[in-house]
Design a protein around this ligand. Structure first.
Ligand code: ATP
Length: 275
């Protein structure tokens, strides 16, 4: 990394109560109905880094993230946020510690945008406690951050796919967690919104773990890449050392070259034919 590159990752937001944690898995395996989905996964994510999880369809990215955010209990192994076992900590602690942005929006259908984003404040409240002025200010700031302030009274179910993604990101921002886990958050977003979302993530003072399909996003925005294939981690480290033509041929079965983006200076992949 050049010093310019390093400067890019300086987080611009003020420190919050909780410091960004490390994230790790130790030999995590998930079996479903006797079938191995991920096996012996070891990852080590530095505090405050943005880590991209990449890999072909069905390679186990979502399953790994689900093991980290308590949606899919590992059959074996340990998932750690800081020194704490994710699956042993009280639910409320885990809800404060990490925000999650997924593709599944079922629970949010009948709520307005403001109500959805206000849900991000729930882990900070006592049962039945209403929103304070402080909560409302945080919700407004989160909606402004994702350019959705004009949508507060709209129903979530009436929004486009891209607008929904931005609202769910606002909910995660309103949660003010030191760890944010996102599963393919750029799906449904136009190019401007994709870059805007990644810029927001890169600016946060948090540990970010994000599954992405666009390898150029991983190259441009991540500090660290984890590559999954057939339920296993096959490579991990700084993106420019991990995402190579050899790896792209072996894991993604594609001919490719790595070049430099003349506009940003970032590495990017030029794709050739399937192999
Ligand atoms: N509940 C389940 N029951 C059976 N198989 C499952 C279940 N959940 C996941 N799988 C299988 O496990 C594999 C890994 O799925 P996962 O969603 O983790 O992959 P992924 O890398 O996120 O894929 P994609 O890039 O397509 O989103 C897939 O083959 C999937 O069909």
């Amino acid at each position: 990394m050049t010093s310019d590159d390093a400067g890019r990752w300086r987080r611009s937001q003020p420190a919050r109560n909780q410091r960004p944690p490390t994230v790790a898995t130790r030999a995590v395996s998930v079996d479903i109905d006797g079938v191995s989905i991920i096996a012996d996964v070891d990852i080590a994510i530095p505090a405050g880094s943005l880590t991209a999880i990449v890999g072909p369809n069905g390679s186990g990215k979502s399953t790994l993230l689900r093991a980290l955010y308590r949606a899919c209990r590992p059959s074996r192994g340990t998932a750690l946020i800081g020194a704490a076992d994710v699956w042993q900590m009280p639910v409320r602690d885990s809800a404060r510690l990490r925000a999650v942005v997924t593709q599944h929006h079922g629970e949010t259908a009948d709520f307005t945008v403001r109500e959805i984003v206000s849900m991000g404040r729930t882990p900070h409240k006592r049962p039945l406690e209403g929103d304070t002025r402080h909560d409302r200010d945080i919700v407004d700031a989160a909606l402004n951050r994702v350019d959705m302030a004009g949508f507060v009274d709209r129903y979530f179910q009436d929004l486009s796919g891209g607008e929904r993604q931005r609202v769910l990101l606002a909910r995660a921002l309103a949660q003010q967690s030191p760890l944010i886990i996102l599963d393919e958050p750029t799906n449904h977003l136009d190019v401007h919104a994709q870059i805007g979302l990644l810029d927001i993530l890169a600016d946060l003072e948090a540990t970010i773990v994000v599954a992405v399909h666009d390898l150029n996003h991983a190259l441009a925005y991540s500090d660290n890449v984890v590559v999954m294939c057939n339920g296993k981690v096959v490579a991990a480290g700084p993106p420019e050392t991990v995402i190579t033509p050899t790896l792209l041929a072996d894991v993604f079965r594609i001919e490719a070259r790595i070049s430099r983006n003349p506009l940003t200076g970032d590495h990017y992949v030029v794709y050739g034919r399937c192999r």
